[in-house]
Design a protein around this ligand. Structure first.
Ligand code: FRU
Length: 425
């Protein structure tokens, strides 16, 4: 499992979530599966433990649990940051960067001018499985000459490249198509819709069953404070995304699951999601050193009716608590004053982790109404975080927690059924 060696013992160092060995991380970028490796690129400051010098960090894994961190893949320059984006394998060599025998891995990222005058879309390609990248000499490939245009998600759909990208301050997602990754034609725009209390960022569009899902991150204006992620369900007709409705649907009801997107080309057509486990409200202040931030656990997505369902990819080493209840509480404690409570009360699923936070970043009890009489819970506790899935994965609550040792003792109140506790430290 990641991390190994001395890193394992650092205070609050997650044991089974991806963290960079040192320095700052935010959004997952370029999520891609190729030749037996899952690639996780990420927004990274290679020099400091706060946001800045934005570059693409890189890690690979065969199972999404044990990660090997590689050198920085795409570094910033003195004038520009390498903001969020995606990566594809150009199997048909439409770009001419590689060949059909050795197709290029192409990163499509936002180049952000440090003077904030522009954000434009650029390419970099690799012919050695992401170990080294070359910037395309014809960059940028898409430039609206605007300061707010970012986070392209590119995929090969129905014989063409499709780009899904945010116009953050307009609360819109734009769609573009291309035959070769270099020339892009505008197709349509979606939004404003549902939650518009902050910038729209980091979109993703994908098919689940016979519906299409559009994920949109929003900062601020989330369900709790600060950052949050919403999704829409609808149709994609090759040109436009048509939402079934514009109801608000939150992907997560906690504070710490932002900018999440899914892997391109995952095996067996799986839709696997990773999010950044933090919140712009306090991300730069989180008390970890010499790194900041972890990704969520890998979650397989599916749809049940109009709800997104999230299931953690199985791994036998994960500390887990499972139970069901019609109105009871499970308390997971480090000590008498430091604990988290989870359960069902007055028709609401709740998590209260107030006791695991500091005064200046205070946590408030989180609640989600449910019409279920009995609710099942599945909870994953690592150093520094807790991820709760309720009602078969239709409800997800992800939160950072800071306790000195371990949340290891479990007690119950009220009717708690089928309690199972696996390997808490
Ligand atoms: C989201 C985000 C993106 C941007 C990146 C910069 O967290 O603001 O929109 O590309 O972070 O690091």
């Amino acid at each position: 499992m990641h991390p190994t060696g001395a890193l394992k013992d650092e205070k609050y160092r997650p044991q089974f979530h991806f963290t960079p060995a040192r320095n700052w991380m935010n959004d997952p970028n370029g999520l891609l599966y190729y030749k037996g490796e899952y690639h996780l690129f990420f927004q990274h400051n290679p020099k400091e433990n706060i946001w800045g010098n934005m570059s693409w960090g890189h890690a690979v894994s065969s199972d999404l649990y044990s990660w090997e961190e590689l050198p920085v893949a795409i570094p910033c320059t003195d004038d520009v940051g390498i903001f969020s984006g995606s990566a594809v394998i150009d199997y048909e060599n439409t770009s001419g960067f590689g060949s059909k025998e050795n197709p290029a891995m192409v990163a499509i990222y936002t180049e952000h001018k440090n003077d904030k005058s522009s954000q434009r879309q650029c390419l970099a390609f690799s012919l050695d499985q992401g170990r080294t990248f070359t910037k395309y000499e014809g960059n940028p490939v898409l430039d609206l000459q605007t300061p707010d245009f970012r986070d392209p998600k590119v995929q090969w759909i129905d014989g063409q490249w499709l780009m899904t990208i945010a116009l953050p301050d307009l609360h819109q997602i734009s769609f573009y198509s291309s035959p070769n990754l270099k020339e892009w034609a505008h197709l349509s725009d979606f939004g404003p819709a549902a939650e518009i209390g902050g910038c729209w960022e980091c979109p993703d569009l994908f098919k689940l069953g016979n519906k299409w899902v559009l994920i949109v991150s929003l900062n601020p204006g989330g369900y709790q404070i600060g950052s949050g992620t919403q999704y829409f369900i609808g149709e994609w007709n090759g040109k436009e995304f048509i939402a079934d409705d514009t109801k608000t649907r939150w992907l997560d009801y906690g504070r710490d699951n932002y900018a999440g997107v899914t892997f391109n080309d995952a095996p067996s057509n799986k839709r696997i999601f990773l999010g950044w486990m933090s919140n712009w409200e306090y991300a730069n202040k989180v008390p970890t050193d010499p790194w900041r931030s972890a990704m969520t656990l890998p979650r397989e997505l599916s749809l049940e009716g109009d709800r997104l369902v999230q299931k953690v990819l199985p791994n036998k080493k994960l500390p887990t608590i499972k139970f069901s209840t019609s109105g009871g509480t499970v308390r997971i404690s480090e000590s008498e004053d430091c604990y988290i409570e989870i359960g069902l009360a007055d028709g609401k699923i709740f998590m209260d982790a107030t006791n695991t936070w500091y005064e200046d970043l205070k946590f408030h009890r989180q609640e989600i109404a449910t019409d279920k009489k009995i609710v099942d819970f599945e909870i994953y506790i690592d150093r520094g975080s807790i991820e709760l899935f309720a009602d078969g994965g239709k409800v997800s609550i992800t939160n950072l927690v800071f306790v000195d040792t371990a949340l290891s003792s479990v007690s119950t109140e009220g009717d708690v059924l089928d309690l199972e506790v696996i390997e808490l430290a």
